[in-house]
Every structure is written in C-alpha cells, then in structure tokens.
Design a binder for this molecule. Structure first.
Ligand code: CTP
Ligand code: MG
Length: 419
C-alpha cells in the first residue's frame, strides 16, 4: 500500500446519500408506483449501488454508510445485504435513515459513522447516489487533496456558459466573472471533526446550504477544488434518464486465428497421407512450385487462420467445430467457403470487418512475390478495400518445424466494428 492511497492519519469512510425523494424526475416516471430515482435500474442493480461499488474500489475508503428515506431503511438493509452477497463490496457498511433536507441526511449519515474519534474515523467523503458515473480516479483525487491544513476538498468544473445573477423578477442583477466560477460535484471530502462541528452549528443556527462545502465555508474553513469530471453528472431531470439506458456496445472486436499444416515429406509412402497431399493454396491463390500440403480441405493455412479470426469475432467457436475434417463434404473444399460462412456469422452477430492483418510463417516457399495478390484476394473475400488487408511473411530462422521445412503456419488478426 502506498501513501497515495492510504488516508494519512486514520480511517476514511464514505457517506452515500440516497434519501431524497427525486421529485424533479418523478413526473417522467410511470406514476406513484415508480421507484425513486436512487433505485432506478442501472446495469442490473439499483442506481445507488453503482457509486457504492466505485467508492469501494478506492483503497483509502474503509467503510460505507448508506442513507435512505426512513421508510425504506429496513428494506434497503436487506437489499444491500443481497447485493453485497452477490458481489461483495469488501468493506464494512451500514444503513441509516436520512432527513427532510439533503443537509439533514448528511448530518444523520455522519452520526452513523463508527464512534471512537479519529482512530475510528478521521475523514469522510459525502457522495450523492444520484451521481452514479463518478470514477474511482476522481474519488482518489479528492482523498489525496485532504489532510492537515486542508480540511475540505471538492471536485469542480470550469463553467462554459456565461452565468448571470437575477432578481425575483428574472432581471439580471449581475454578470459573474466566469473565470472565477466552478460547478461543483460530489464526492466532497472532509476531515470529520470540522465537518461534524459545522453541521452542529448549521443545526443550531439554522444555516441552509446545498452542499457540505457550503457549511465549511461558512464555518471559516478553506475548501480546495480539484478537477471534476464531465461524466460525473447528477441524475436530476427527466432528460437525464436517457443516461441510464443500457449503452449500445460501440466497442470494436478483435478476432485472432492460428493454423498449421504439415508438408508432404520427401519419400512419404503412406497411401493415406498421399491421398491428402494438395498443391499449395495460400490466401486463396495457388503457389506454384511450393511443397505439397497435407490437409482434408484444400489446405489453405492462411484462410483457415482467417476463418478462425472471423469466428472469434462472432464468438462462434472455431473452424474445427463448424467444418469437421471427419465430414466428407469438406474434402478438398476451397477454403474460401469457410471464410464466407465465417463472415456470414460475423455479420449476423452484428459486426462488420474493417481490417485484417495476416502473417504466414514458412521457410519455403518464398512468399514475397505473392503477398500482394494474397492480400487482394483476401480483401475481395472480406469485401474490404485493398488497403484494409495486410499480408506479411516471415521465416523462423531455420528453427522448429517451419525452419526445417516440414510445414507452414499462419496467424490472422481481424478487427470488426458493430453495425
Ligand atoms: N438526498 C438525500 N436526502 C434528502 C435530499 C437529497 O439523501 N433529503 C440525496 C439524494 O438522494 C441524491 C442527492 O442527495 O442522491 C442529491 O440530491 P438531489 O439530486 O436533489 O435528489 P432528490 O432530492 O432526490 O431530487 P429532487 O430534488 O428532484 O427531489
Ligand atoms: Mg433535492
């Protein structure tokens, strides 16, 4: 454990606020029976669980207090127990009831932290469950900005809109200097003792704030701002619900294939072997004068590697499963048929190839003169522009079975995009 991820002097806990009523978003949800926003489904779990998991991944965080509306506390205790059993947080956690205002929920959450002074809890992060997309990196940044002499650290973003102050009639009173403004987020980090004292004063003196940093400011403490994150939005209005929809997997996929064939050995006499000896086909073209290849199909090692790469993208197994060499139908079959079928499967899995990089490994024959034609042939098979397929050839410097001219191997890497 390094100093960077260990809170310097005593344990740090997080208070996760999920005790709001979500009134601004409720209108867009289906009636009174709709779950509160902190319970909306996000990747198969309630929204609040997303940031609970993120907080738990940060080593400095030693425990979690989850704050729920009073009427939900016992049900949520059961639900968190189930969620934690399915995929453990690896941290102690507690649930407690929140209050009418956000600042009440924080105060009650702080009261639920382990008792026992700084030995038990020295610092705290306060996070809105309504900000599920916070990253562990941001949590760490806040923690690392805390320490003696730095009792409060909050994430903030420079604002891009010009901000104006208005009066009750919506008439501009003042244009604020944008360069000095920050839109602040959570988690906000605090040394616990000054934060608890500030909350106690707020309670006694009737302060109203929208975040905990506001209390610290009023109590006269410096509050440091660290860079926030654009993605760390607060799910607040109906328009934000779109952010909770399952994301289309826009990620590309990479398929990898490998194949080997042995050559007909000089003086080979076995009738079975001789029956399977084929003039060499490579990348869909004939290679005159090359050693003969032993194979069930046409023995095109490069197209076989390519077929496996395509099947890899489709998660459709391998060439041996699709075209067993025990099946007489595939005897002497041109390997282009395998490529075409694998391509069909890749497409029906929702992908399209965009690039292929292939390497043939052989001591003999010399492949330099054929590389470009092989690439053109493969591009045609994959329906790709010629510039999207690359064929390389190499030897293994006389080593191994290719070096001893006993066989040939090939590898293929194909990249495909969704759609
Ligand atoms: N929160 C809380 N207790 C409250 C009010 C808010 O724990 N009494 C929490 C919310 O659950 C949310 C975070 O504070 O995670 C930020 O509040 P906000 O986005 O305003 O959520 P809600 O108060 O639930 O929504 P709304 O203001 O639209 O009713
Ligand atoms: Mg609110």
């Amino acid at each position: 454990m390094t100093a960077a991820n260990t809170f310097p002097s005593g344990p740090l806990w997080a208070v996760l606020l999920a005790a709001g009523s979500g009134t601004r978003i409720a209108a867009a949800l289906a009636g009174a029976a709709a779950p509160r926003k902190q319970y909306l489904d996000l990747d198969g779990a309630p929204l609040f669980w997303k940031s609970a998991r993120t907080l738990s991944r940060v080593q400095a965080v030693r425990g979690l207090v989850l704050v729920f509306p009073p009427e939900d506390v016992s049900g949520m205790a059961e639900q968190v127990t189930r969620l934690d059993a399915a995929l453990p947080l690896g941290l102690p956690w507690r649930v407690c009831a929140g209050g009418a205002r956000r600042q009440d929920s924080v105060r009650l959450g702080l009261a639920a932290l382990p008792a026992g002074g700084p030995e038990a809890c020295r610092a705290v992060l306060v996070h809105d469950a309504a900000r599920p997309f916070v990253s562990a990196a941001l949590v760490r940044r806040v923690v690392e900005a805390l320490g003696p002499g730095s009792p409060a650290a909050i994430p903030g973003l420079a604002v891009t809109d010009t901000i104006k102050a208005v009066d009750h009639n919506n008439v501009v009173v003042e244009t604020l200097d944008r360069a000095t403004l920050r839109a602040v987020q959570t988690p906000q980090g605090f040394l616990l003792a000054p934060l608890s004292a500030a909350h106690a004063r707020a309670q006694a003196e009737g302060w109203e704030v929208t975040d905990d940093a506001g209390l610290m400011e009023r109590a006269g403490h410096p509050v440091a701002v660290v860079p926030g994150e654009e993605q760390n939005v607060k799910i607040t209005t109906p328009a934000d619900l779109a952010l909770l929809q399952p994301q289309q997997t826009a990620a590309p996929r990479t398929g990898w294939g490998y194949d080997v064939h042995r050559y007909l050995a000089p003086g080979e006499t076995s009738a079975k072997v001789l029956a399977q000896a084929r003039p060499m086909m490579l990348g869909g073209i004939a290679i005159p004068g090359a050693p003969q290849v032993i194979a069930h199909s046409d023995g095109d090692v490069l197209l076989h590697a390519l077929t496996d790469a395509l099947l890899g993208i489709a998660c459709a197994g391998d060439i041996g499963r699709l075209f067993p060499d025990t099946d007489a139908n595939f005897a002497n079959m041109p390997s282009a048929v395998f490529v075409t079928e694998a391509l069909r499967r890749l497409r029906s899995a929702g992908y399209r190839p965009v690039h292929a990089d292939l390497t043939v490994v052989a001591q003999v024959p010399k492949l330099g003169p054929h590389k470009q034609r092989m690439a053109a042939q493969i591009a045609q098979l994959l329906e790709l522009p010629a510039g999207a397929v690359n064929v390389k050839a190499t030897t293994e410097e006389g080593l191994g079975f290719t070096g001893e001219k006993r066989g040939i191997k090939a590898v293929a890497v194909v990249t495909a995009m969704p759609g």
